[in-house]
Design a protein around this ligand. Sequence first.
Ligand code: SF4
Length: 262
Amino acid sequence: MLAVQAETSLSTQPVTGYVHSIETFGAVDGPGTRFVAFLQGCRMRCEFCHNPDTWNTGVGTEVTPDELLAQAVKYKAFWGKKGGITVSGGESLLQIDFILELFKKAKAQGINTCLDTCGQPFSYKEPFFSKFKELMQYTDVSLVDIKHIDPYEHKRLTGWTNENILSMIQYMSDNGHHMWIRHVLVPERTDYDDYLAQLGAYIKTIKTVDKVEVLPYHTMGVSKYDELGFNYPLEGIEPPIAERVANAERLLDTSAYTGYKN
Ligand code: SF4
């Protein structure tokens, strides 16, 4: 009897998530105006990361899906037809149980849901894959970063290869899940015509891309490295000039992706 009680109380424990920060009027993380929750935790170590303070797991503000949703819906009047809730990071998929519950509850209220992910935790292994498959049923659009198209360069830039990230994108393409693809343009790392052309050709093979964005590398996160006592890996590398950004946009054919389903 005691064992049964213990099991019951365990199963009724609410799933909680760890939130790094909130943006109440996000304009760039998905369609329309959005409530953006940046979750804590990331295993990648992108050299250009401007949020190294999101890397640690198990810290931040602990919330239940109901608590976060209650906070978000206060801003519902500002969302219009396109806006809604975005979950970002850090790496959001490290807290997939939490997002699944949050998005289920959000969709039950007719709220538009957007998942911002770098895809690193993606795996066909269980239990992750079943959860991901279910999460996709409650996700209107995903923002997916491709850090580098070349597996070797990807590892050099982030500490991980891009194999499972591309598998996730393929799964989403094959199953009709819409996405925006984003690529950070970093001089001396990703800003090479060959790699950009390769990435552009790859994106053309994905069926469910609504939008492609080139994000110019910036140095706004440098002070956080100083505060955390970390060396800044891209010391001396300046943001790309406008011509290189335009060149990347041409090679990724960003203008061909003219909108998004919503
Ligand atoms: S995936 Fe995002 S949060 Fe993680 S290191 Fe890279 S840029 Fe930073």
